[in-house]
Design a protein around this ligand. Structure first.
Ligand SMILES: Nc1ncnc2c1ncn2[C@@H]1O[C@H](COP(=O)(O)OP(=O)(O)OP(=O)(O)O)[C@@H](O)[C@H]1O
Ligand SMILES: CC(=O)C(=O)O
Ligand SMILES: [Mg+2]
Length: 776
């Protein structure tokens, strides 16, 4: 046994690539990374594990070195790269010059001959002139496992020795793409120490292709996740298509789950031009399961072999041609991140900045989402990157380790939902979807609002739901005279909210429940399905009311602007408004679309009938007491006993603050400051407009003056006051509000503890001050 093993290794030694210009893939091992790059080495390993990997050869890093050395271009090349990479024009020029130099310098004859010879042998083996892929596989001296994933180019559908030689040279040139140069300078990799190998591998003209993860990335579940689509795998990797997703049990190889997506596009090879092109999937195949069950199982089994071989969870690309399965690439799922950190690749360089909307630091793989049909791309532990999240993205947001958006402020959908889910988020980066790249490893710092390149440390696993719940629970809860409540938007967050031991819910937003249905209320109303709609509302509200019973839960009636409602199924009829923030939203809308308001009231009535005496009704964006009067009339008409129910208004328009006495006269049990709106309307700063975000200041003296006035008037009249705007989550604001005599403060889940502490401290100070005065 020992002898046999020894013999085997000796015989392999004989064909070690070491100084070779070109080597067969089957002769490559992991230890050859410095000469064939990570991609080449991994493919060689897989072939040796007898996995179905397309055959081919590698033009080694040695060949590239020899090219620049013997042609005498080396010094000139490296000189060209001495450039200020922060000057985009200079960087582009350096890149163009370096690439031109590589392309214009004829390849030494011996290298060219070696490539031609190997290609000829490959063709002979296959019995025809084969199509190959020329795949860049960069490598760094002394850093055998450095990852340059995605920095260099890959050429598909290459046929004929002439084209191949040219494309190998193109791969070489791609080592000097602007982004690659920038990356190396940023990461402090001397250009001289970086080289490039080119894997030349038989093309699999895939009929079906995709990716496979041998383990559930964060939950650690022992399942394989397979994503599959029609045509070449590029469509899945680039995110051009929303693929099927299959989940296979790694022990029993039972298919646990199949999600069949509508696959709109596919990438194929054009026989004439030899180029890949994106075409529409034929209607008949769009909704068809891509892989038959037996192939799914076979693929999952192959994945387990790769996993066993490497001993680490793998992220694998695969393709099917004529019913045969091929593996095109494999890389570790989690260890890539650790490695990058260890090698300093994750230098902690901030590559993107925005607003830290939900705290926490986490690393993961970027998944850029352009539309809801791509949401399946987001797997557990990924970083969801999108222009702006929408309510029907919530399931994907729950799977994400962090969320990054182009648009939005602290009170946008992404910010609110992330905070409730306990998921770090950075919003309003302006260019996340443009700057970040699918598959890129980044670290999101939701406190500072930074996105950093690479994984800073071993990726923190996304905490389990229980861990999250206990994380927000507190060991000792100070007793405060001012109640400290919590804001809730999605019923799913009820348990986390409850774990804060808050004194109730100061704001339950109804619109997130409605938007989550992704069907416009009008669709229910017109389709005679009003009961269904009412039941959905009851279900959502009840979840939260149950969790907090008997503590009060103030439910706000619908406040969704037309622009948000338009995106919903059936929302096409929503009017276009110049400024939706100043338009049809809040109570003014419900008082016009009374049909809808009545459904909300029907839901409340049902809940009251069920015995939920802890629910209060809060009206948003109230501007004039007439609105309050009409709303109360309608409540009565809907059978709600308003004497028994707490009814209040949100103070979020300066007008209602200034005439608060008139509202008190009309009859209210409480007011709640919607400081997000109160700030935007007082300061004339659209809170969704990043251009004026610097002017948005919840502590502006005018805002504080309005709040102070309302608290004073309400305290005189015995009307409770509260705050449910974002400012209430800031301890320093809480401090002032306690000083003004507010009755309660409602904060985001993650802020409850800090706010409570500040409230307790402030109250103690006030008492202490008073006591001291008495003593003096
Ligand atoms: N032999 C092949 N047959 C068919 N398709 C291939 C083959 N090799 C690569 N591809 C396709 O080309 C895509 C890009 O290839 P490759 O992995 O070389 O580049 P990359 O993903 O840009 O690089 P990196 O893995 O370094 O980030 C793959 O995702 C795969 O879909
Ligand atoms: C919470 C809310 O609606 C606001 O602050 O405006
Ligand atoms: Mg508001």
């Amino acid at each position: 046994m020992i002898v046999a093993a020894k013999t085997k290794s000796v015989s392999k030694e004989a064909v070690r690539p070491s100084n070779r210009l070109v080597v067969w893939l089957e002769d490559v091992r992991n230890s050859d990374i410095p000469i064939v790059g990570g991609k080449g080495a991994s493919l060689g390993e897989m072939i040796n594990a007898e996995l179905p990997v397309p055959r081919g050869f590698v033009v080694t890093a040695q060949a590239f070195r020899e090219f620049i050395e013997v042609t005498g271009i080396m010094d000139r090349l490296f000189k060209m790269l001495e450039v200020n990479v922060d000057d985009p024009k200079a960087l582009d020029r350096a890149s163009a010059d370096a690439k031109k130099l590589i392309m214009d310098t004829p390849m030494p004859k011996n290298i060219e001959k070696a490539i031609r010879d190997y290609y000829a042998t490959l063709c002979k083996r296959e019995g025809e002139e084969v199509y190959v892929a020329a795949r860049s596989s960069a490598t760094a001296e002394d850093l055998p496992e450095a990852s340059f994933a995605g920095q260099q180019e890959t050429f598909l559908n290459v046929k004929g020795a002439d084209d191949l030689v040219r494309d190998v040279q193109k791969c070489w040139a791609s080592l000097y793409g602007a982004r690659a140069i920038y990356y190396r300078v940023e990461q402090k990799f001397p250009h001289e120490q970086v080289s490039i190998a080119v894997v030349v591998q038989k093309m699999v003209d895939a009929e079906e292709a995709g990716v496979m993860f041998t383990n559930h990335m964060t939950t650690g579940e022992d399942v394989t996740i397979i994503e599959a689509a029609w045509g070449l795998g590029e469509s899945v990797v680039s995110g051009a298509v929303s693929p099927d997703t299959y989940l296979v049990d790694n022990k029993t190889f039972e298919i646990r789950q199949k999600k069949i997506a509508t696959k709109q596009t596919m990438i194929t090879r054009d026989k004439k031009s030899r180029k890949s092109k994106q075409i529409a999937v034929p209607e008949a195949k769009k909704n068809v399961q891509v892989l038959p069950d037996d192939v799914i199982v076979k693929l999952a089994k192959l994945g387990q072999i790769v996993l066993d071989h490497y001993g680490k969870p793998q992220d694998i690309e695969w393709a099917v041609k004529d019913g045969e399965l091929y593996l095109l690439q494999s890389r570790p799922i989690t260890t890539i991140q650790k490695r990058e950190a260890k090698e300093g690749l994750a230098s902690g360089e901030v590559i993107l900045e925005g607003l830290g909307a939900s705290p926490g630091v986490v690393s993961g793989t970027v998944k850029i989402i352009h539309g809801r049909d791509e949401l399946d791309k987001v797997l557990e532990g990924d970083i969801l990157v999108t222009k702006m999240t929408e309510p029907d993205m919530v399931p994907a947001m729950k799977r994400s380790a962090a969320i990054v958006t182009d648009e939005g402020g602290m009170t946008c959908h992404a910010a609110i939902v992330s905070r409730e889910l306990g998921t770090p988020a950075v919003v309003g980066t302006r260019e996340a979807t443009r700057l970040l790249k699918d598959g890129q490893m980044v670290t999101v710092d939701g406190q500072k609002g930074h996105v950093l390149l690479g994984a800073l440390k071993t990726t923190e696993e996304k905490p389990s739901e229980e861990a999250k719940v206990t994380a927000v629970a507190v060991a000792t809860k100070p007793i405060t005279a001012t109640e400290v409540k919590v804001n809730v938007s999605i019923p799913e967050a009820a348990e986390r909210a409850k774990a804060t031991m808050a004194d109730g819910v100061g704001l339950l937003r109804i619109e997130h429940m409605i938007l989550g249905l992704n069907t416009h209320p009008q669709v229910y109303i017109k389709g005679g399905r009003s009961d269904e709609y009412v039941n959905e509302l009851v279900k959502g509200i009840r979840t939260v009311a149950d969790a907090f019973y008997p503590k009060p839960v103030w439910v706000r009636t619908l406040d969704a602007p037309t622009d948000e409602f338009r995106a919903m199924k059936g929302g096409e009829g929503e009017p276009y408004e110049h400024n939706p923030m100043l338009g049809m939203r809040g109570i003014r809308r419900d008082l016009r679309e009374t049909e809808h308001f009545k459904l909300e009231m029907a839901a409340f009535k049902k809940l009251f009938d069920l015995g939920y005496d802890n629910i209060g009704i809060m009206l948003p964006l109230v501007q004039h007491p007439v609105e309050l009067k009409r709303a109360k009339q309608m409540m009565l008409e809907c059978g709600i006993d308003i004497e028994k129910v707490d009814v209040g208004i949100m103070v979020e328009i300066p007008a209602s603050a200034l005439i608060i006495d008139d509202f008190i006269k009309e009859g209210i049990d409480f007011v709640s400051f919607g400081t997000n709106d109160l700030t935007q309307y007082t300061l004339a700063v659209d809170r969704n407009n990043e251009l004026v975000a610097d002017l948005y200041n919840e502590l502006h003296p005018a805002v504080l003056k309005l709040i102070e006035y309302v608290i004073e008037r309400c305290n005189k009249a015995g009307v409770k006051t509260s705050i449910c705007g974002q400012a209430g989550s800031r301890p320093e604001v809480a401090r002032r509000l306690v000083g003004m005599g507010i009755t309660s403060i409602s904060a985001n889940i993650d802020a409850v503890e800090a706010v409570r502490e500040m409230v307790a401290r402030t109250e103690h100070e006030i008492i202490l001050d008073a006591a001291r005065k008495r003593v003096v």
